[in-house]
Design a protein around this ligand. Structure first.
Ligand code: ADP
Length: 499
C-alpha cells in the first residue's frame, strides 16, 4: 500500500515536471551493490537510490540492479516478483542466478538472487567477497536476457563491486547481438576500495583468458577497479575536485598511474542528495520539524536531544554533530590530538558512527572523562543520524579525503553549519564564509593539520557565540543551497549522450 501511494505521488510529480522531460531516449541499467531504500552502508546507496529516480522523473528509462541480500527488509521483499532464472559460469563454477523485480517510487529495480553468495548478514567483509561480486557482475550481464523488452543501451557500473562488468562484457558477451553495442560508464565513489585480490583469481574465479589478463592485472594481483577504468567508455567520479586529486599519488591509491593515461575519458560530477528524504520540515526522526521560516524551532530538537542523551540541557550550548564511518578517511587522526581542546571550549560533540576499533576506543575513553561534553554513539542508526542533523548547530567533517561526501550537504540543508577540510566534494560544496561579502555556507581549512582544524572549530564556535547576525546569515545561505538531483541528473544525461 505504501509503495502504491509513493508510486502515485511520483506519477503526480512527473506530471508536474513534464516541461522538464528530456528527449534522451536510451535505456540505462544502473548497477550498484547497495541502494536506498533496500540496503545501505554508505553514500553509494544514497546515490543509487536518488540518481535513477531523478532520471526516471525526467522520462529516462533507467533501472537499477542489486544483489538480493538477506538483510533487505521483508516489507520490501513482499513487493518483489520472480522474473526467471538461468545459470552462469564463473571459471569452472556453474552458478544459479535468479532474477526478481520490484517497482519503488516509479523506478524498476532488479535483484540478483543466489543464496550461496548473498544469504548472509551484512554486505561486505567476507573472505570470498572477490568471488561474490565477480559473480554479481557476471550475473547482471547474463540476466539481461531475462529482462523482457529491456536491453540497456548503457550500463552504468559503480565502485569495485561492479567494476568487472565492462571487462566481462568485452570478453564474454560481445558476440551476442544483444550486447554488441552496449556502452559502459564506470563511476568511482571511493578509490581506496579497489577490489584487489591475489592474481590466481584471474583464471580460477574470473575465468579470463590469458589475453585479457592485462585488463585487470596490477603488479601481479587482480584489481577490479583497474578493469573498470580500462574497459569502460567513460569513467566518472563524484566531484570535480576529486577527479583532479586522484591523478596524484596521495589520493590515487595506486590508480593514479592508470588514470593519468585515461584522462580523456575521466570527469567529475558532484553528487546531489535526496531533498525529499532529507528535509527538516518532514524528517520523521525530528523531535520538532522546521524549515528556514521556522528556524527558531530547530533549538527544540537540541534541547530534547540533550535530554535524551543525558547531556546538560541548554539552548546556548553549541552542539557539534558528526556522522560517518570512523576510519582514517574521515579525519579521525586529526581529531584525536585536539579532541579535548575542542571539548574544553564548552561545546557538546555528538559523534555517530562505527569503524576502526582504535577510534571507537579513543572516543569511548574521552567520553568517560568528558561525560557532559562528548557522546560517542557507536552504532549505525538512521534515527540517530536524523536527530543529529536536526539538533546540531555545526557539523564536523575533517576528512583526509572525501570523494564527494553527502553528510555535509544534508547538514547544510538542516542548518547545521559544516566545518570541513577543503578536499574533494567538501571543497566543491562548502563555501567558506567571508564576512566582508556575507557569502559562504560554512567553515573550512586546507592543510591536513590538527591545529588548522582546531582553528576552524574556534572560528565557528566564536561566531556562533558572539556574532549571531552573521551566523544567521550563513544558516540562510546554507539552507537555501540547491543540492537536489534535479539539475545534477542533467549532467549525467549529457554524459550518456556523449556515448
Ligand atoms: P561515505 O564515505 O560513507 O559514503 P558519505 O558522506 O558520502 O560517506 O555518506 C554517508 C551517508 O551515510 C550519509 O547519508 C550519512 O548520514 C550516513 N551514515 C554514515 N554513518 C552512519 C551511521 N553510523 N548511522 C546512520 N547513518 C550513517
Amino acid at each position: 500500500m505504501a509503495t502504491q501511494t509513493k508510486t502515485k505521488k511520483t506519477a503526480a510529480s512527473q506530471k508536474a515536471a513534464k516541461s522538464e522531460q528530456t528527449d534522451f531516449d536510451k535505456k540505462i541499467l544502473f548497477v550498484a551493490s547497495e541502494a536506498v531504500p533496500f540496503i545501505k552502508t554508505g553514500g553509494l546507496a544514497d546515490v543509487a537510490g536518488a540518481l535513477p529516480k531523478a532520471l526516471v522523473d525526467k522520462g529516462v528509462d533507467c533501472r537499477v540492479i542489486l544483489p538480493l541480500y538477506m538483510d533487505i527488509k521483508q516489507e520490501l521483499r513482499d513487493n518483489m516478483k520472480f522474473v526467471g532464472n538461468l545459470y552462469t559460469n564463473l571459471s569452472w563454477r556453474y552458478q544459479y542466478c535468479g532474477l526478481f523485480t520490484a517497482v519503488y517510487e516509479g523506478v524498476t529495480y532488479y535483484f540478483i538472487d543466489n543464496e550461496f553468495y548473498f544469504k548472509r548478514s551484512g554486505l561486505y567483509g567476507y573472505y570470498d567477497d572477490g568471488e561474490r561480486f565477480a559473480f554479481f557482475s557476471k550475473a547482471v550481464l547474463e540476466c539481461i536476457k531475462l529482462m523482457d523488452g529491456f536491453t540497456p543501451d548503457i550500463i552504468h557500473a559503480n565502485d569495485w563491486q561492479s567494476a568487472l562488468i565492462p571487462v566481462f562484457l568485452d570478453v564474454f558477451f560481445r558476440g551476442d547481438d544483444r550486447y554488441k553495442y552496449i556502452k559502459t560508464v564506470y563511476t568511482i565513489h571511493n578509490i581506496e576500495f579497489q577490489g584487489r585480490y591475489s592474481g590466481f583469481m584471474v583464471g580460477d574465479v574470473l575465468g579470463l583468458p590469458d589475453w585479457a589478463r592485462e585488463y585487470v592485472d596490477y603488479s601481479g594481483d587482480v584489481n577490479y577497479m583497474k578493469g573498470g577504468i580500462e574497459r569502460a567508455n567513460k569513467v566518472t567520479t563524484v566531484s570535480q575536485t576529486y577527479a583532479g586529486e586522484i591523478l596524484n599519488a596521495y589520493y590515487g591509491y595506486g590508480m593514479n598511474n592508470i588514470l593519468v593515461n585515461r584522462q580523456y575519458k575521466l570527469s567529475g560530477i558532484i553528487n546531489g542528495i535526496d531533498v525529499d528524504a532529507n528535509d527538516p520540515k518532514t524528517d520523521k526522526y525530528a523531535y520538532t520539524n522546521y524549515d528556514l521560516a521556522s528556524f527558531g524551532d530547530k533549538v527544540k530538537n537540541k534541547l530534547a536531544f540533550q535530554e535524551a542523551l543525558g547531556l546538560p540541557v541548554g539552548a546556548d550550548i553549541p552542539m557539534i554533530g558528526m556522522v560517518g564511518r570512523l576510519t582514517h578517511q574521515k579525519g579521525l587522526d586529526l581529531l584525536a590530538p585536539i579532541l579535548t581542546r575542542i571539548l574544553d571550549m564548552g561545546v557538546q560533540l555528538v559523534i555517530l558512527g562505527t569503524g576502526d576499533y582504535k577510534y571507537e576506543e579513543m572516543l569511548r575513553s574521552v567520553q568517560s572523562r568528558y561525560p557532559g561534553n562528548l557522546r560517542a554513539l557507536i552504532t549505525f542508526s538512521g534515527d540517530l543520524a536524523g536527530k543529529i542533523y536536526c539538533s546540531s548547530d555545526m557539523f564536523l567533517m575533517p576528512s583526509k579525503f572525501e570523494p564527494c561526501g553527502l553528510s555535509q550537504m544534508i547538514a547544510m540543508r538542516y542548518g547545521a553549519l559544516p566545518i570541513v577540510r577543503e578536499t574533494g566534494g567538501l571543497k566543491d560544496t562548502v563555501i567558506p564564509y567571508d564576512y566582508t561579502t556575507g557569502k559562504g555556507t560554512g567553515f573550512t581549512f586546507y592543510s591536513y593539520n590538527a591545529f588548522d582544524l582546531l582553528n576552524a572549530v574556534e572560528r565557528a564556535v566564536g561566531m556562533y557565540r558572539d556574532y549571531k547576525e552573521d551566523w544567521n546569515k550563513i544558516v540562510k545561505n546554507a539552507m537555501t543551497q540547491d543540492f537536489s538531483w534535479k539539475n545534477i541528473s542533467d549532467r549525467y544525461i549529457d554524459l550518456y549522450k556523449q556515448l
